[in-house]
Every structure is written in structure tokens, then in C-alpha cells.
Design a protein around this ligand. Structure first.
Ligand code: ZN
Length: 293
């Protein structure tokens, strides 16, 4: 794939200020504002400018034969970086949570999973720390469906128990999938599919094994039952390796870096519009409760 299609990754924004002169700005002025690159005094100096923090949340799980286990974390990071760069300095980006709830992929090598309770506790500790420094608008950008239930509970508990006015989970994968459906067609959508393969080709092409991109075999009984349940708003928990021998569920044969760049650009544009709204909306601060409800 063409290097021109490659999007900025975190490394391009990190480490720019290792040899600062006194004439240089206190923090790098290009790219997203990454909390992990700041010193504590720099943080103090710019804290009042930061109105909202994005937390990328991914997973460490098998993504079929062609994609790395870090696929979801890479896509969550790039969505946050692209959006953060557009909205700097009002929006800053926290380090990604590289682990997720991936019990359904534990049948295949490479997967590391958190329990739902662990992810909830992790998010509450991170949001609680940010809130103690005055950051009261936090958006969780999640690219792994297995995290959605835990993140909904985590956000509710951050609001209800920690009193943080705005903690909103956004399912970043659905933004990618919407864009990919238009660019690559609906068959490309799915775990380790053309949507995710294209995204990784645009972010870190050297991590994709192009000769292994394929249209995966999926148990037809499972596929039909899942579609019927989805159409009714339902879901169907299942161990992935039992219904898809390769571990993937989307057709990745037509993935490309060009498609990935277009998909990520559209998704980041949609995300930017949502975040811009969240920057202006006025929300009530909830009363703190300690009665267990
Ligand atoms: Zn994924």
C-alpha cells in the first residue's frame, strides 16, 4: 500500500519537544493535545483551556489472521487524535485503555480480556482523577462492541456516584462502520473485516498481512439467528471461534489504505460535530449520592 495514504500516528506527535529552547512554546502546537506528553507544570498552565477530554478505549483480542490484536486500540487512538487535532486546545486526548472485555475471543491465541467489573473500575478511577483536577466533560471513544455494556454502566456511575456532569460513551466503531458501508459495501463490515483492515492499513500498514485478507466462513445458523435478533434490537453472545474458524466475520478482500483514510476521515468528521455540540451544551451537575442508589 501507498505510504501517502498513511495517517498520522501517535509517534508523530510525541517526543517533538525533547530539546526545547526557551523560544519554543510550552507544549507542541500541532496535532492533538496528548495528556501523556505534558509535564505537571505544563498541565497546570493549560488546564483552564481544556474543556473536554477524550479517552480512547480499545481491546487486545484476536482479529482474524490478517490484523493485529491491537486493531481496536489503534482505531480508537486515531479517531481521538484526528478529532483532538481539529479541536485543540479545547479538547485533549488521554492515553488509550488498550484492554477491553473480550471473553468471547479467549478461544483464540493473543486475546487478553478484562472482566466487566475491571473495566468499570478502571474508567471510574481515570474519570475520578480527571474530575479531581477540574475536568468535568469526558467522552469515552470505544471501538470494541464487547466494551459497550460495561462502559454504559461506568458512565452512569461516574455521573451518579462521582458527580461528573458529562461522561458520555460513544461507540466509535459504528461511526467507522457507517462510513465503511458506503465506501466498501455492507459485506466488508464485521470483526476483522474490510472496515477494520482498511483502517489499520491507513494507520500502521506494516501491521496488516495482506495475503491473508479473506472472506471468512461463518456458521450459517449463527448468522441467520444473529440477524433475526439484531433486527429485533437483540444480541447473541457467543464464543467467536465456535462460529468463525478464522476469527473474523467481515469480508476484508477489498480493504485498502485509501479506503481506510476515507473511512477514518468521515468518522472523525462525524465525531467532531458531536464533540463540538458537547462543548457548548449546558448540563446540570448531579447531586452526589452516597445511599447506594
Ligand atoms: Zn475490532
Amino acid at each position: 500500500m501507498d505510504d501517502d495514504t498513511r495517517l498520522h500516528n501517535e509517534d508523530q506527535y510525541a517526543g517533538e519537544s525533547t530539546e526545547r529552547s526557551s523560544k519554543e512554546p510550552a507544549v507542541p502546537i500541532a496535532g492533538p493535545l496528548l495528556l501523556s506528553d505534558l509535564t505537571t507544570s505544563e498541565m497546570t498552565a493549560i488546564a483552564a483551556d481544556i474543556e473536554l477530554i477524550l479517552i480512547p478505549i480499545g481491546a487486545h483480542e484476536q482479529h482474524g489472521p490478517a490484523l493485529p490484536v491491537s486493531t481496536d486500540t489503534l482505531t480508537a487512538q486515531i479517531l481521538c487524535s484526528l478529532t483532538g487535532a481539529l479541536l485543540r486546545p479545547r479538547v485533549a486526548v488521554a492515553p488509550a485503555i488498550p484492554w477491553g472485555v473480550s471473553w468471547h475471543h479467549l478461544g483464540m491465541a493473543g486475546t487478553i480480556s478484562l472482566r466487566e467489573e475491571t473495566l468499570i473500575a478502571l474508567v471510574m478511577d481515570i474519570v475520578g482523577s480527571l474530575s479531581s483536577h477540574g475536568f468535568t466533560r469526558v467522552v469515552l471513544i470505544n471501538t470494541h462492541g464487547g466494551n459497550n455494556s460495561a462502559l454504559a454502566i461506568a458512565a452512569e456511575r461516574c455521573h451518579r456516584e462521582l458527580g461528573v456532569p458529562l461522561v458520555a460513551p460513544i461507540y466509535g466503531y459504528s461511526l467507522l462502520a457507517n462510513a465503511a458501508a458506503e465506501i466498501l459495501g455492507p459485506d466488508a463490515l464485521g470483526h476483522g473485516g474490510g472496515d477494520e483492515a482498511s483502517a489499520v492499513m491507513a494507520i500502521r500498514p506494516e501491521l496488516v498481512r495482506p495475503e491473508l485478507l479473506a472472506d471468512p466462513e461463518i456458521d450459517p445458523e449463527f448468522r441467520q439467528t444473529r440477524e433475526i435478533l439484531r433486527a429485533a434490537g437483540g444480541s447473541l453472545p457467543v464464543m467467536q471461534h465456535l462460529v468463525s474458524p478464522s476469527g473474523a466475520t467481515g469480508d476484508s478482500r477489498f480493504a485498502s489504505g485509501e479506503a481506510g483514510t476515507a473511512i477514518l476521515g468521515r468518522a472523525a468528521g462525524q465525531l467532531q460535530a458531536v464533540i463540538e455540540h458537547l462543548l457548548t451544551t449546558k448540563l446540570p451537575t448531579p447531586p452526589l449520592r452516597n445511599d447506594g442508589h
